[in-house]
Design a protein around this ligand. Structure first.
Ligand code: A2P
Length: 339
């Protein structure tokens, strides 16, 4: 299939489609002025992006929804052209909270449905907001990262299959078109895939994926099970020392990527994105900078050779930038397993 700026969607196992590139919208809410995400999403849609990756825990879903609705209102796109991904945060895993949480996302976005809803992590956290019954009971705040008085994270018993059944009910109710997961390892994916009475399979797994962490084993397992991989941090992250493993050198300065980029008159970022897109891995680079939002979309006017693809695969260091070690003692921490 020839990929172009206008046509770059791939099929999902439920009959829907996903654009191979989306705009990531996570930035530290404390350091990001109001309106930044709004502008970025507008620029992205004007540039040609049709896929926006968001989450309630990014605390900007209202801005993202506003930008999408404004671009629909001014005639740039139709609702059916846009693919929006929302995420169920760790504090909302209990089945009775799943639908109200998705409804809260829809309320923030002011949209009738999301195209994709995914379980953001397999690690349930304690719900400090007891008695959530309606969407009004869900408010942004520190309760998204519950800790005890000693600063230790408070976890909640995880029942991924029960959470998944509540996700299935949201699809049946028409609130979401496709269902997926994120940060799940093979065992956790299998838990869902082998659930008795499974009604809707997860169509994708969103995980870290880029030339330094190419995910060969998980990718192969997912291919065998018709699960698409969506690669987060496809450029090697913002390198925020608060949560990024800085033992791994900056990927965009890699000499091999630099030389391949020079050959194609492209940037290393464009080469890193093209590498994944060309092998069917969806990428969701975050940028709130107009020039870089445009740069990251200019990946449909060149092609990496088979040799170049192999060379980039060879850069894999099997080291995560995003280890999430602060939750390594959670019983469902996904990254202790090989894949
Ligand atoms: P910025 O928003 O200033 O462009 P993530 O791993 O969450 O996708 O983050 C990607 C990081 O890389 C962000 O810090 C983003 O910052 C930066 N970035 C995005 N596009 C490019 C690019 N083309 N070249 C260099 N850095 C980029």
């Amino acid at each position: 299939m020839e990929l172009t700026a206008e046509r770059h969607s791939i099929p999902l196992s439920d009959g829907n489609k996903i654009p191979l590139i989306g705009l990531g919208t996570y930035a530290n809410p404390r350091q990001t002025p109001k309106g930044t995400a709004y502008n970025a999403v507008k620029v992205a849609i004007e540039t040609g992006y049709r896929h926006i990756d968001g989450a309630m825990v990014y605390f900007n879903e209202d801005e993202v929804g506003q930008a999408i609705r404004d671009k629909i209102a001014d005639g740039t796109v139709k609702r059916e052209d846009i693919f929006y991904c929302g995420k169920l945060w760790n504090t909302f895993h209990p089945p009775h909270l799943v639908r109200p949480t998705l409804e809260k996302t829809l309320e923030l976005l002011k949209l009738d449905f999301v195209d994709l809803y995914i379980v953001e992590m397999p690690t349930a956290f304690k719900i400090l907001t007891e008695g959530i019954k309606t969407t009004n009971d869900i408010q942004p705040g520190d309760t998204y990262y519950p800790k005890d008085d000693n600063g230790k994270y408070l976890y909640h018993e995880t029942d991924l299959r029960a959470t998944w059944e509540a996700m299935e009910a949201c699809k049946d109710a028409g609130l979401v078109k496709s269902l997926g997961v994120s940060n799940f390892n093979k065992r956790q994916l299998e838990l869902i895939l082998t659930k008795p009475g499974l009604k809707h399979r997860p169509v994708l797994n969103q995980v870290e994926c880029h030339p330094y962490f190419t995910q060969p084993k998980l990718l192969e397992y997912c291919r065998q099970n018709s699960i698409v991989i969506v690669g987060y941090s496809p450029l090697g992250t913002s390198r925020d020392p608060a949560w990024v493993n800085l033992k791994c050198p900056p990927m965009l300065e890699d000499e091999v990527l630099v030389s391949i980029a020079k050959k194609h008159n492209k940037t290393t970022a464009q080469v890193a994105l093209r590498f994944n897109v060309q092998r069917g891995v969806v990428v969701i680079p975050k940028s709130f900078n107009t020039a870089r939002i445009k740069e990251n979309f200019e990946i449909f006017d060149f092609c990496l050779s088979e040799d170049e693809m192999k060379t980039i695969e060879g850069l894999n260091k099997n080291i995560r930038f995003v280890e999430l070690l602060m939750w390594a003692d959670h019983p469902e921490y996904p990254f202790h397993d090989d894949y």
